[in-house]
Each structure stands twice: as structure tokens, then as C-alpha cells.
Design a protein around this ligand. Structure first.
Ligand code: SAH
Length: 365
């Protein structure tokens, strides 16, 4: 049976029109499903009984069952493992809540979502990348990750920084994004949504043309193409110059600053000289560099730089006039940090993952 949230709003409206229903029914249904998190058409009490029955005979609104939940940072970080059903696959999502005094920004609740089971991009330092690609998620499966958390409290931000490459699952990602920002849907500010990409140039161009004010983060990780190809073997023919051009196009089309993510790997890409070269390349672009000190994953043989090295790299960028911040660490001890999400924890929660052995955090399933 089809999940109702795999439909776009236009498709839902068209279905309703075919069934002789007025246009405002789409709004009513969206509000029940996305704002109230209703999972049973019978609960939609302002719909005619016959319509509720027809909807229930064609569509489902089932949530993804929770396989396990792990909590860290005094409850400020929660990782959830959701069952995708049918094919025995599962997917991880993370919620982070931020106090206003943490970074000066008003109260924020951010959900980090996955767009694929596994990933085909094979980044050498990423746990998901090392696991290979299994399948794309459907729009309803992406939305379900946010809905899981909105049932508890309001979500203000969504970052597409979980498992998978969002722009390699473009249609489903955009369909989910449209429901997230729809005033009848999750009603999240467009600026509260950020898509992080390994750097798929076509996808960045398409995104620029969507007419949305959503944030874009491009994962760069190196100041030169040779090193970038070693870290991201699938970067293939895409050069840093092409990515910078695509970023420029995004800034011009959307008037939004672009972020470049840079995972810092000790003695691989964290030398001050590399920071200077990076700064040179980004000059003249409304860019922001977000430094992510490497989060250890099993078997990668890479090291996280000391805080001094991280600060030194940041200072070099800033001295060259490039805005640079260091990402706040969250959920490292529950393997919920950047690059640590992967589903093969199923059955043996985290026991083969160096990062998850750091603290005695329990799975509550
Ligand atoms: N496919 C998207 C989303 C990936 S996860 C992309 O490539 O952008 C979001 C960010 O975490 C990316 O910048 C990714 O490169 C980074 N990342 C992956 N593994 C990491 C690790 N082990 N430590 C720090 N950052 C990591």
C-alpha cells in the first residue's frame, strides 16, 4: 500500500479532485498527518466518513517503528534507529536541542535526517560511506524521521547530514523538503533546512532553481583535487573549481551564503599551508567554512587533530578573510556524530564501533 506522504501536495490534491472532493481537503489532511502526527485516517474527524474509508483503503500513514533509542549529552542528543519494514532495512536519525546560551542563537531543535540506506559515495573517513549503498529512501521515510521527533516537541531545523547523499536521491529529498516547509505541513522555516552534499554539481544547479531559501553545505575536505579524490573516491571528474562555480550560482540564485564543510583529518588535510590554499580558492565567494574535527569510525586508520591544530587551521582561514567556525560536537559517544551513522549496528548495538565504546550509554529499545 502506498504511503500518503510519498505523494506531493499537488498529487494529493489531484487524487482528491478525482474523488470529487474540494481543494481544501488537502490542507486538512496535511495538517492531521504532519502537524498533529495522526497515523490513522479515522482520527481525521473533520473529513466525511466515506472519504476517511477510501483514504484508508488506498493509503497508509504508518510511522516507522522504533528499533532503538540512544540518548547522550544530558538528553540534548537523541539517536533513533527506525525500522523501514519489509526489506529488513533500518535508518538512523538524530535530534539535537540547543540552549540559547550555547551559541547565542535562540532555542533550536535540529533533526539530522538520512536520505539513503548506506551511501555510494565511499568517503574514506565516513562510516556510512564505508558500508556501501543499499537503497534510496522514499519521501515518507525521510519525513518519518522528523515526524518521530515532532511528536515529542517542535522541530525548528532539519539538516540533511545523516546517512546517504541527498542529491543522489534528489526527487525524494525535494518532495520531503516541500512537505517540511509547507505551511500546512511541518511548517519549518525554509532557512531552517540545510542540505549537505558531497558535491554533485548537477544537483546543486537543480537545487538553485527550486525557488527555495534553503541552506546548502558542500563537503569539500581538501584544498586541491588530488587530495579530494583520495578522500572522496567518487568525486571523479568533479573539480573543486566546478564546485566553487556551482556554489557561486547558488549564492546568486538564492541570495544565500554557501557553507563548505571540511572534515579535519590529522596530517592529511589539516596543515596551516592547506588552510591558506583553501582560503585562496574561496576568496570572493560568500562562503563560510564549517570545520568538523574528524569523528573516529571503525577501521578508517585516521586521527582527529588536537584542538590546537583545529584552532590553528581556523585562524589561518580567518586571517585570510574567510569566515570559519568549528562544529559543536554532539553525540560522539553514542556514535551519533557526523559520519558515524550506519545501520549495521542492528542486533549488536555499536559493539564493533570504537567511538561507541567510549561511554556506557544504554540502548532503550
Ligand atoms: N552525503 C552528504 C551528507 C553526509 S554527512 C555529504 O557528503 O555532505 C554530513 C557531513 O559529515 C559531510 O560533510 C561529511 O563529509 C561529514 N563526515 C562524514 N564522516 C565524518 C567523520 N567521520 N568525521 C567528521 N565528519 C564526517
Amino acid at each position: 500500500m502506498r504511503h500518503l506522504l510519498d505523494l506531493s501536495k499537488d498529487e494529493l490534491s489531484a487524487w482528491l479532485a478525482e474523488h470529487g472532493e474540494p481543494g481544501y481537503r488537502a490542507q486538512q489532511i496535511a495538517r492531521w498527518a504532519l502537524q498533529r502526527g495522526v497515523t490513522d485516517f479515522e482520527a481525521m474527524t473533520d473529513l466525511p466518513a466515506a472519504l476517511r474509508a477510501t483514504l484508508a483503503s488506498e493509503f497508509t500513514l504508518a510511522p516507522l517503528p522504533v528499533l532503538a533509542t540512544r540518548i547522550a549529552d544530558d538528553g540534548d542528543t537523541t539517536k533513533v534507529l527506525l525500522d523501514l519494514g519489509g526489506d529488513g532495512q533500518a535508518v538512523e536519525a538524530v535530534r539535537m536541542t540547543y540552549d540559547p546560551d550555547e551559541d547565542g542563537v535562540p532555542d533550536r531543535t535540529t533533526v539530522c535526517v538520512s536520505t539513503q540506506v548506506g551511501c555510494a559515495m565511499a568517503c574514506t573517513f565516513c562510516a556510512t560511506g564505508q558500508q556501501g549503498f543499499t537503497r534510496n529512501l522514499r519521501p515518507s521515510e525521510i519525513l518519518a524521521q522528523v515526524l518521530h521527533f515532532t511528536r515529542e516537541r517542535r522541530v525548528t531545523n532539519v539538516v540533511f547530514m545523516g546517512m546517504g547523499e541527498p542529491l543522489a536521491n534528489y526527487a525524494a529529498t525535494m518532495r520531503a523538503v516541500r512537505w517540511m516547509v509547507d505551511p500546512d505541513g511541518l511548517d519549518i522555516r525554509q532557512r531552517g533546512i540545510t542540505i549537505s552534499t558531497v558535491g554533485i554539481v548537477n544537483g546543486i544547479r537543480r537545487l538553485a532553481a527550486e525557488g527555495l531559501q534553503i541552506g546548502l553545505s558542500i563537503s569539500l575536505h581538501a584544498p586541491d583535487d588530488d587530495l579530494r579524490r583520495r578522500l572522496i573516491p567518487t568525486a571523479g571528474g568533479t573539480t573543486i573549481d566546478e564546485l566553487i562555480e556551482a556554489a557561486r550560482g547558488y549564492v546568486e540564485a538564492r541570495g544565500r551564503r554557501v557553507t563548505f564543510a571540511y572534515a579535519l583529518l590529522e596530517h592529511v588535510n589539516d596543515e596551516p599551508e592547506q588552510a591558506r590554499r583553501l582560503a585562496q580558492r574561496l576568496r570572493g565567494l560568500q562562503a563560510h567554512v564549517n570545520l568538523i574535527p574528524y569523528n573516529p569510525t571503525a577501521g578508517a586508520g585516521l586521527r582527529r587533530p588536537s584542538q590546537e591544530r583545529v584552532r590553528a587551521f581556523q585562524r589561518e582561514l580567518q586571517a585570510a578573510g574567510i569566515n570559519a567556525t568549528v562544529r559543536i560536537e554532539r553525540g560522539q559517544e553514542i556514535a551519533a556524530a557526523c559520519g558515524q551513522l550506519r545501520t549495521d549496528v542492528l542486533g549488536t548495538p555499536g559493539d564493533d564501533d570504537a567511538a561507541s565504546q567510549a561511554a556506557p550509554i544504554e540502548w532503550r529499545g
